[in-house]
Design a binder for this molecule. Structure first.
Ligand SMILES: *[C@@H]1O[C@H](CO)[C@@H](O)[C@H](O)[C@H]1NC(C)=O
Ligand SMILES: *[C@@H]1O[C@H](CO)[C@@H](O)[C@H](O)[C@H]1NC(C)=O
Length: 333
C-alpha cells in the first residue's frame, strides 16, 4: 500500500488555516517575548511547542487530545465507527485513550479517525473509528486524495512513542507528544522513516550558568541570560524536505522540553524552566529525565561567542552530529 508524505493540497490548505490560527494565538505572545531563540539563518515566523512535564503525556493542566484534519490513518479497526458516534474529535481521541489505560504493554487503541464535517460526511457524520497500527512509529496513512473528510490522530501509551537522538555523547531519548502537537510528530515520524539525517546536528549550546539550578528552577534575583540554558539544533537533513509546521501546543517551556524554533526544522532542548519566554514555542516532546545528563554534557562543550540579531549567543566550536533513531518499545521504561 502506498505511503505518501503529507503534502497534498488539502493538507496544505489545512496547514495554512492552522498556521493562521496559530499566528493569532501564539505569535502575538511571541512578539512580546524577547527573541532569545532564533533560527540560525534568516528568521522566519517563529513557532512553538511545549512539553508537558514528566509522566507520559499526562502532566498537569488540560490534557491534550488533538489530531490532524483532512488526514486519514488506516489500520485494523478495534472499534467500528459505524456503530460508534461521538460529538467531537476530542471525544473520539479520548475514547481511544481510554482503551490505553494499562500501565504496561502497548495500547489496545493507538489511532483514532473521526468524521466531523457534516456536509462531507453525510451519514458517516460523527463516526469514530478506533484502530491499532502494526507499527505505531510508522502509522499507515491513506494517500491524501482531493477531499479527506476525516480527522485522525495517534495516541502513545507508556513507553511508546519514544525516539532517540543519537550523538557521540550518548542517545537522548525523547518522548513524543502526538496528542498535543500531532502535525509536528507526524513530521518527526516521517523523518524517522528516511533513516539518514545528514546535516542533523546541535550547533548552539548554552549552559544554565548561575541562573537556573540543576532542577531547572530560576535562581532568585538572577538575570534571565545569557547564557540561556538550551541546546539548539536542526533536523534540516540535506535532501529531505521537512514540512514546515504551524504552531501547535504552546505550553510553558520546562527543563527537558523539546520545541521548534519558528516552524522548524530547527529545534531546541531546554535545560531550564523558562517561564520568562511565556508560551511562545511549540513543544512536541520531552527528554526522558535520565538523559538530561547527556544534554548537560553537550551544553558544556567548548563554544564561541556570536551575536544573532542583537542576542548574545554561544555556538558550539564543533557541531555535534545527531541521528534520529527508533527504539523498540519493549526495552523502554
Ligand atoms: C452529543 O450532543 C448531543 C446534542 O448536544 C447530545 O444529546 C448527546 O448526548 C451528545 N453525545 C455525546 C456522546 O456526548
Ligand atoms: C553582549 O555582549 C557584549 C560584548 O561582550 C556586551 O557588551 C553586552 O553587554 C552583552 N549583552 C548582554 C545582554 O549580555
Amino acid at each position: 500500500m502506498g505511503r505518501k508524505p503529507i503534502d497534498s493540497e488539502p493538507t496544505r490548505y489545512t496547514t495554512f488555516i492552522l498556521l493562521l490560527m496559530g499566528l493569532f494565538s501564539c505569535t502575538v505572545v511571541y512578539i512580546f517575548t524577547s527573541a532569545v531563540i532564533r533560527p540560525a539563518e534568516n528568521s522566519a515566523v517563529d513557532r512553538t511547542l511545549t512539553v508537558e512535564d514528566g509522566g507520559g503525556g499526562t502532566g498537569g493542566g488540560e490534557e491534550c487530545c488533538s489530531g490532524v484534519e483532512s488526514f486519514e490513518l488506516w489500520g485494523d479497526a478495534v472499534k467500528w465507527g459505524s456503530d460508534f458516534k461521538v460529538n467531537s474529535s476530542k471525544e473520539c481521541c479520548k475514547a481511544c485513550k481510554d482503551m490505553c489505560t494499562g500501565n504496561h504493554g502497548p495500547c489496545l487503541c493507538d489511532t483514532w479517525v473521526f468524521c466531523g464535517d457534516k456536509n462531507a460526511c453525510g451519514d458517516k457524520f460523527g463516526e469514530c473509528w478506533l484502530k491499532k497500527q502494526k507499527d505505531t512509529l510508522a502509522p499507515d496513512k491513506k494517500d491524501a486524495g482531493n477531499k479527506i473528510m476525516w480527522t485522525s490522530g495517534i495516541v502513545f501509551g507508556k513507553g511508546e512513542g519514544i525516539i532517540a537522538l543519537e550523538t557521540e555523547f550518548g542517545a537522548i531519548h525523547v518522548k513524543l507528544l502526538p496528542e498535543c502537537s500531532p502535525r509536528s510528530v507526524f513530521n518527526i515520524l516521517d523523518l524517522l522513516g528516511f533513516r539518514h539525517c545528514a546535516g542533523c546536528q546541535f550547533f548552539r549550546a548554552e549552559t544554565r550558568g548561575q541562573i537556573w539550578d540543576a532542577h531547572g528552577d530560576h535562581i532568585k534575583d538572577a538575570s534571565f541570560g545569557p547564557p540561556y540554558a538550551l541546546l539548539q539544533g536542526t533536523f534540516g537533513a540535506q535532501g529531505t524536505a521537512l514540512d514546515e509546521v504551524s504552531r501547535e501546543f504552546c505550553p510553558e517551556i520546562r527543563r527537558g522540553s523539546v520545541a521548534w524554533v519558528g516552524s522548524g526544522p530547527e529545534f531546541f532542548i531546554s535545560l531550564a524552566n523558562h517561564q520568562e519566554w511565556k508560551k511562545a514555542y511549540t513543544v512536541f516532546g520531552y527528554v526522558l529525565p535520565e538523559d538530561m545528563q547527556i544534554v548537560e554534557k553537550i551544553a558544556q562543550l567548548p563554544t564561541k561567542f556570536d551575536v544573532w540579531t542583537g542576542v548574545n549567543v554561544t555556538v558550539l566550536e564543533n557541531p555535534v552530529a545527531l541521528k534520529l533513531r527508533r527504539i523498540k518499545s519493549s526495552n523502554v521504561i
